[in-house]
Design a protein around this ligand. Structure first.
Ligand SMILES: [Zn+2]
Length: 507
């Protein structure tokens, strides 16, 4: 899919073709030949301060203009000059504060500016950035462009169409590192944008069965193995918790299993995602406000699907399995009820207190499945699990719970690299007392005290202590109701970049 001809890097220019497809926007990369600066809308990233008078930008002399102090702010220098259509300065702020996230936001600002100026051809000239003009900068700027270009336009019939066009990068070090960073940005962003797009899909389009079909389609294209367990197979595996959640759904539950590089000798890392394609809350029904947006209750699973696509595209050495637990939490005469006692795959009995605490039930069986059929090097689950985590951490960090410090530290480091930030929370066994049930092993819910922690402590009952395990409660970060620096309103695709960064770091 991505072709980068590194031999022409020294003289040529990297060109990104931005192509809007039905579901989302994809950006393809190729190298344009020729030494001429391509015509078009020229973006000049620059550190905050004044541009030295008389400096040449894309063959045009500009000078005396202040670069805005805040990173990501843009100022149009000139429009309609000979040889270029428009020159726009993009501030990267102060040199000392310019990190990967600043550059990602610069990319996002460029994506916005391209759309608002309706520019079909553009150039990003890194040559005035000095030592900041690195392969790493190019990679994260491209990430910002890919991510910031995302629009979920599929169902619009009248809105102005997002723009097709191309972006050329210049002024970067020649060689493999730049090409690799630009190519990686595309893979990781495509995975994130896939997770976002699937997140946006409403429940009348994406249910457990159609989601499984989408996953199979992706797997075929990406070169992953995909296996889907239907309700009969789930019953054979005694996955009673997952079946209980899905038994009133408009379609039955599905366990989607994606495998990457399983011929390698190493033990696989297992990624597990909650994918409730719609969560009414069941008989513990949500109110008319709380129920809106519950199509996004599948975002943990979508992060796993997006990450698996990226992992395949990047041809990571480490074997990885993605397990997506897909069910619809609905109401009917078949629905599970409060006080029902159900049996999970590991034989543990669970009293249902809240039918709205369904995510931990589908994850419980998925964790059991992961340990039974693979010998995992580590298990990482992602879920929009609790409102409690939103109360605790708001919308800027997800909670991480882990039974293993090395795994937690590795994920925290990747969180810093990717700005998909985490905050570690406790899973002491003391909390388990709250979950004890009078009539069976334990309850699925115990009220609001330590709400997010209890979700994690519940899950802990389904994985053995010897398996390094981390649980990410992403309920506060999986969606956003405000346009961000490189993420429009809606699904954020949180977790894809974080997981890929972590897996890339494994030997
Ligand atoms: Zn729920």
């Amino acid at each position: 899919m991505t072709r980068v001809n590194t031999s022409t890097m020294a003289t040529g220019y990297q060109t990104l073709d931005i192509k809007h497809q039905r579901r989302t926007i994809t950006v393809n990369i190729r190298i344009a030949t020729g030494k001429q600066v391509p015509r078009g809308h020229v973006f000049v990233p620059h550190v905050a301060g004044k541009i030295v008078k008389g400096v040449k930008v894309a063959g045009v002399t500009v000078g005396g203009l202040a670069v805005p102090a805040s990173a990501g702010n843009v100022v149009d220098v000139l429009t309609g000059a000979a040889g270029v259509d428009r020159v726009t300065l993009v501030s990267v702020g102060k040199t000392a504060q310019c990190d990967a996230e600043v550059m990602r936001r610069v990319g996002g600002a460029i994506a916005r500016s391209l759309q608002s100026a309706r520019s079909t051809r553009s150039v990003i000239d890194f040559s005035l950035l000095g030592e900041l003009a690195t392969a790493e900068s190019a990679g994260v700027v491209c990430e910002g462009i890919h991510l910031g270009s995302f629009r979920f336009v599929k169902y619009h019939t009248t809105a102005e169409k997002p723009l097709n066009g191309s972006v050329t990068l210049r002024g970067l070090p020649a060689g493999k590192a730049t090409a690799a960073a630009v190519s990686r940005a595309q893979s990781v962003s495509d995975g994130t944008n896939l997770a976002r797009a699937l997140g946006h899909e409403p429940a009348n389009m994406i249910n457990p069965v159609t989601l499984a079909a989408e996953a199979k389609k992706m797997a075929r294209k990406a070169g992953l193995t995909c296996k889907v367990l239907d309700e009969k197979q789930l019953a054979r595996h005694k996955m009673g918790a997952m079946l209980a959640v899905g038994q009133a759904g408009s379609t039955p539950p599905r366990l989607i299993i994606l495998e990457h590089n399983m011929t390698a000798k190493a033990k696989p890392v297992i990624l597990v995602g909650k994918a409730i394609t719609f969560d009414t809350g069941g008989y513990s029904i949500k109110d008319k406000n709380g129920i809106v947006g519950m199509k996004y209750d599948k975002c943990g699973g979508m992060a796993v699907i997006g990450a698996m696509q990226a992992i395949a595209a990047l041809k990571l050495k480490v074997p990885v399995v993605g397990i997506v637990a897909a069910a619809e939490n609905m109401i009917s005469e078949r629905a599970y009820r409060p006080n029902d006692i159900i049996t999970a795959m590991n034989g543990k009995t669970i009293e249902i207190i809240s039918t709205d605490a369904e995510g931990r039930l589908v994850l419980a069986d998925s964790l059991c499945y992961a340990e039974k059929f693979y010998s995992p090097r580590a298990v990482i689950d992602l879920a929009t699990l609790t409102g409690g985590v939103v109360v605790a951490l708001g919308h800027h960090r997800a909670a991480i719970y882990a039974n293993n410090d090395k795994l937690a530290d590795g994920l925290m480091t990747s969180a810093d690299h990717t700005y998909e930030r985490l905050w570690r929370m406790p899973i002491d066994d003391d909390y388990f007392e709250q979950l004890k049930s009078d009539d069976c092993d334990f309850k699925n819910s115990a009220g609001r005290d330590g709400h997010s922690i209890l979700g994690a402590v519940f899950l802990k009952q389904f994985i053995s202590a010897k398996t390094p395990w981390a649980h990410l409660d992403i309920a506060g970060v999986a969606t956003t109701d405000k346009d961000g620096p490189y993420c429009p309103r809606g699904g954020t695709g949180f977790g894809v970049r974080l997981l890929v960064d972590y897996l890339e770091g494994l030997k």
